[in-house]
Design a protein around this ligand. Structure first.
Ligand SMILES: *Cc1c(COP(=O)(O)O)cnc(C)c1O
Length: 363
């Protein structure tokens, strides 16, 4: 799905020098590297404060705690996505409330959010999914109207740019009260293990997060080796994303000729960093297509096979089949294809040819 080895080879001299500097300093938990990464993230996004941290799934917990929501408060999040976010919301004694996503971009649907808001709603959690920004302008209009907090999940779209209706541009992860970005391997900014950042423009949120760090509550700062690595990789984030555009264009052009395959829709309000290249096919064909690709040595992934409201872990919330029809359909029709800057024309031709072969046999 990605080619971490080739990406390492490209940056090897610079990465190795950064690692060596850390090793020679013998300073693995403190030292300048973590602050340097924080400074670089702040300048890149830009955002007032970035806290690099050792993630272990705790970044959302710290971000939500920093917003000091009352016990039991409802937090609206997309019904389509990874279960970890809703689990964290539950574990904090808050109430996850799901809302359906947009059929074209798969991100939180502002109209569905408007319907889901009640007097107990205190926050929304838009996820910038697969490399594209959620529809932030209408979502933020709602949060201003109802005085809600916004935590952006920027784990899949680090580097994506949102365009406001007036034409101003702003990076994902800088528009809410705070944002979380995972630097897990194979994320848009990829480390070698658990790593993440919490970013905010709000002084009071920053003060709370800093307090959690200093008190050792909830999350640890990032280690120096990861920070040194991410500082190098951050410099090349835009170039890496740019390297995926011709790959996406190749796929888009090829699939335009294949009846039954819908290439990803690029929203006018967002750039796409192609964390995933996701096609959609008829639900009855998706698993067969994946099996056909597997038989021909092509990896593919299903994100996400089950919408959150139908998962057992959230059964007690009382949702049922049919509540979020878009999320339900997407869980049966989407397939992620290999996507990275190192894919060559012959590999792409082979992948597209296999998709076409399978689809042609279906009609
Ligand atoms: C990977 C990912 C996470 C999890 O991040 P961790 O580093 O494992 O805490 C959260 N949200 C989204 C959308 C992700 O893609």
């Amino acid at each position: 799905m990605t080619d971490q080895k080739a990406l390492y080879a490209r940056l090897k001299p610079e990465l190795d020098a950064a690692f060596t500097a850390v090793m020679e300093s013998m300073s693995f938990t403190e030292g300048p590297q973590v602050q340097q990464l924080a400074d670089r993230i702040q300048a890149y996004l830009p955002v007032a404060v970035a806290f690099p941290c050792a993630a272990d799934g705790s970044t959302l917990r710290v971000a939500l705690q920093a917003l000091a929501l009352p016990a039991g408060a409802a937090v609206i999040l997309p019904a389509f996505g990874d279960a970890a976010l809703a689990e964290t919301v539950l574990r904090l004694g808050l109430t996850p409330v799901f809302a359906d996503v947009q059929a074209d971009t798969f991100t939180l649907d502002p109209e569905a959010v408007a319907q889901a808001i009640t007097p107990t709603t205190r926050a929304i959690l838009p996820v910038h999914l697969f490399g594209q920004c959620a529809a932030m302008e209408p979502l933020l209009a709602l949060t201003r109207k109802y005085d809600l907090k916004v935590v952006e999940d920027n784990s899949q779209a680090f580097g994506a740019v949102y365009s406001w209706p007036g034409g101003q541009r702003q990076k994902a992860g800088t528009m809410g009260h705070c944002s979380i970005s995972s630097f897990f391997p194979a994320k848009p900014l990829a480390g070698q293990g658990e790593g993440a950042a919490i970013c905010t423009n709000e002084a009071n949120v920053a003060a709370k997060v800093r307090h959690f760090f200093e008190a050792g509550e909830g999350t640890a700062p990032l280690d120096a080796l990861q920070a040194a690595m991410l500082t190098v990789k951050l410099k090349y984030t835009d170039a890496y994303h740019a390297g995926k555009i011709p790959v996406a264009q190749y796929y888009d052009t090829a699939f335009a000729q294949v009846p039954g395959v819908q290439p990803p829709v690029c929203a006018a309000y967002s750039s796409h960093v192609y964390q995933q290249y996701v096609i959609s096919v008829a639900p009855k064909l998706r698993d067969g297509l994946q099996a056909h690709l597997r038989d021909n040595y092509i990896p593919s992934m299903v994100y996400y096979p089950q919408p959150l409201h139908l998962q057992e872990a959230f059964g007690h919330l009382g949702y049922k089949q049919g509540d979020f029809p878009v999320a339900e359909k997407l869980s049966q029709s989407l397939l992620s294809l290999p996507m990275h800057s190192e894919l060559k024309q012959d590999q792409l031709a082979y992948i597209c040819g296999q998709v076409q072969d399978f689809m042609q046999k279906q009609v």
